[in-house]
Structure formats: structure tokens, C-alpha cells
Design a protein around this ligand. Structure first.
Ligand SMILES: Nc1ncnc2c1ncn2[C@@H]1O[C@H](COP(=O)(O)OP(=O)(O)O)[C@@H](O)[C@H]1O
Ligand SMILES: [Mg+2]
Length: 331
């Protein structure tokens, strides 16, 4: 059963146009001109209760704007949104009780207070029953390792600690749905992995519906079966990650450092896309040659110092999708 319904959603921002020089500044005082930006341009989707969905796209695609409308922070220019039966911007308070939100870029916690006091305040705000609060705190302290910084003011937390505090805060009132906007941004590999396993756990054990925005493809790979890919405010793809990777993720990049200076590096089935000193970036297609075949062919002919493989980035995938004309239907 669907818990989130979005139909023909639009959000337009009006940005005042700056005019050059003093004359321009004066003129714009009286005749202010605006540029309009369609941040969300006719987006529709529906999400079932208990799903974990990756809402993915490059910077500026419209991810945060969508999340802000789902949480009621922003009012849509047009279109319909239902979040568990509520219209978020009309019933912002009621909606806040059934959702949790984490913005990776900005903490929701009180900056100057010890972390634990933010939790206590939220307990009051959401009128969380004492039992529930205690049980949740015990759990979160353990799995998110909160004890080491519970009495530290939020402003002094490391990014990873702050993110853990924020996600605990977002879940204290047992929301049915959680919106995570770039929850792994800026985290190191270990902290990212931790955050991901916690997200997986709340989805699997507690059946919380998770909507996760990210521009990190590996977040999605590790967490979500379904992804909604957006660009320029529009849905480019909505479906299984596996299918999109199969279809569009065939090119990979091998980065190789050679001992010798080779100017004219060439191998059949491989495109040299960049060279810096002895380092070469080679683009290849998985259907033509496997990574291990390629590596062994290179090492037969050259002395290899170092080698690594780059998976296709989301930007590359999106570009590929564009080139294959839209909308995209895979079955
Ligand atoms: N408050 C705002 N005023 C004007 N433009 C905005 C505002 N918020 C976002 N935008 C613009 O809308 C587009 C989508 O932004 P956003 O939803 O933040 O993208 P994402 O989260 O995918 O990076 C961008 O071009 C951004 O500059
Ligand atoms: Mg954003």
C-alpha cells in the first residue's frame, strides 16, 4: 500500500535578477526583474510502506526541493502530495509527528546545547512517552555509539558524530517515514559504512519507509533496490538499480600507472581518455573486454606500477541515459 503519493509536482523559484552598476541597481529597485527556475518540473511517483528508495541525481537536480515539499517546509507551486494521508504544507505539525528528517548539510539540533539536551527537548516537543524514549535512547546509544559525545555541545561534534546524533534525533519519536537528505555527505569510509548499516537496520527491523537522497552511487548500491533518478527537476528513471546498471553501466575506467613513459598508448577495445605523466585513464566496455583481461594484457606489454578501477559515476550514467533519449523504459 502506498504511503507517499506525488502527482505532477512543480516548484518554481523566482530569483531577483541583478543588474550591472549603480544605474542598474537603481533601476532594479523600481523594476525588479526575476529569473524563474523550475527546480521540480512535473514529478510523480508513489512509494509503498516499508520501501527504501534512493532519490538520486547530480547537484542541483531538485532532490532537496522535493524533500522539503514532502516534509512541508516548502509549498509546491502546483501538484499533489500525500504523505501517509496528509498534505504536508497544510498539516505541517501533524506531518512532523509521522516523519523524521535528516539534512546532511545542516544539523537540526540545537547548536550550543549538549547533544543529550537536544534529545530531551525533542522528547518534550513530540511528547514521546517516557518508556518509549528510554528504550529508544538505550538502542541508539548502543548502535550509534552516542555515549562518547552525549554531553558535548553539538557545535563541537565531528561530522560523523553530528550525523549520528541527527539521525537518532530524527527517529526518537518512532516516525513511520524517514527522509534522509545526503546522510553520508562528507563522511569517511568507515563512518559511511556505519551510517548505511544503521539505515538498513531501521528499514528492515522497524519497517520504517526510507527515502534517501544522495549523489553517491555507492549509497544506493548498498542500500536500495529501487531508485528514482532525477535530473533537471524531472524523473529520468524509476525502477531497479540492477537494470539501469546493466543497461547503462557498461563502461568502466581503468587507471594505470606505468613504469615507462609511453606517449602513444594503445590497446584494441580501449579508449585512452586522459593522460598525466605516466598515469593513463582507459575507458573500456565490459561487453568487449573484462577488467582482468585488460589488466593482464597491459602487464604483458608494460611494467605496471599501480592500477585501479573506477566504476561509472552517476553523472556518467545520467549522461548515457540522456544520449539514449528519454523517457526511459526498460523491461
Ligand atoms: N530557495 C531557493 N531559491 C532559488 N533557487 C533555489 C532555491 N532552492 C533551490 N534552488 C535551485 O533549485 C535547483 C534544485 O536545487 P536542489 O533541490 O537543492 O538540488 P539538489 O538537492 O538535487 O542538489 C537548483 O538549481 C537550485 O539552485
Ligand atoms: Mg540537496
Amino acid at each position: 500500500m502506498s504511503i507517499i503519493e506525488v502527482k505532477h509536482l512543480y516548484k518554481e523559484f523566482k530569483i531577483p535578477k541583478r543588474q550591472e552598476g549603480l544605474a542598474g541597481a537603481l533601476r532594479s529597485l523600481f523594476h525588479r526583474q526575476y529569473l524563474t527556475k523550475l527546480a521540480v518540473n512535473d514529478i510523480s511517483f508513489s512509494i509503498d510502506s516499508g520501501e527504501m528508495v534512493g532519490y538520486i541525481g547530480p547537484n542541483g537536480a531538485g532532490k532537496s526541493t522535493t524533500i522539503k515539499m514532502l516534509t512541508g517546509i516548502l509549498v509546491p507551486s502546483s501538484g499533489d502530495i500525500r504523505v501517509n494521508g496528509l498534505i504536508p504544507y497544510k498539516e505541517r505539525q501533524r506531518n512532523a509527528r509521522q516523519i523524521g528528517v535528516v539534512f546532511g548539510q545542516r544539523s537540526q539540533l540545537w547548536w550550543d546545547l549538549p547533544t543529550i539536551e537536544s534529545f530531551e527537548l525533542l522528547k518534550q516537543v513530540f511528547q514521546i512517552p517516557a518508556d518509549r524514549y528510554r528504550q529508544n535512547m538505550v538502542r541508539f546509544r548502543k548502535i550509534l555509539d552516542l555515549d562518547e559525545f552525549l554531553h558535548t555541545p553539538v557545535r563541537q561534534l565531528s561530522l560523523g558524530q553530528r550525523m549520528r546524533a541527527d539521525i537518532a534525533a530524527a527517529l526518537l519519536h518512532d516516525p513511520k517515514i524517514i527522509f534522509l537528505d545526503e546522510p553520508t555527505i562528507g563522511l569517511d569510509v568507515v563512518a559511511k559504512e556505519r551510517m548505511r548499516s544503521f539505515i538498513r537496520e531501521i528499514n528492515q527491523d522497524r519497517g520504517v519507509t526510507v527515502i534517501l537522497t544522495t549523489h553517491d552511487m555507492s549509497d544506493i548500491e548498498k542500500l536500495c533496490q529501487r531508485m528514482i533518478l532525477i535530473d533537471n527537476g524531472q524523473v529520468m528513471y524509476d525502477g531497479e538499480l540492477a537494470k539501469i546498471k546493466e543497461t547503462f553501466g557498461k563502461t568502466r575506467i581503468l587507471i594505470v600507472d606505468l613504469e615507462e613513459d609511453i606517449v602513444d598508448f594503445s590497446l584494441a577495445g580501449v579508449e585512452v581518455i586522459k593522460q598525466e605523466g605516466n598515469r593513463h585513464w582507459l575507458k573500456f566496455n565490459r561487453d568487449t573486454i573484462t577488467a582482468s583481461q585488460l589488466i593482464s594484457r597491459i602487464s604483458e606489454n608494460y611494467n605496471v606500477r599501480d592500477i585501479s578501477i573506477q566504476d561509472p559515476e552517476i553523472e556518467v550514467l545520467i549522461r548515457n541515459i540522456y544520449e539514449n533519449t528519454l523517457p526511459l523504459i526498460i523491461d
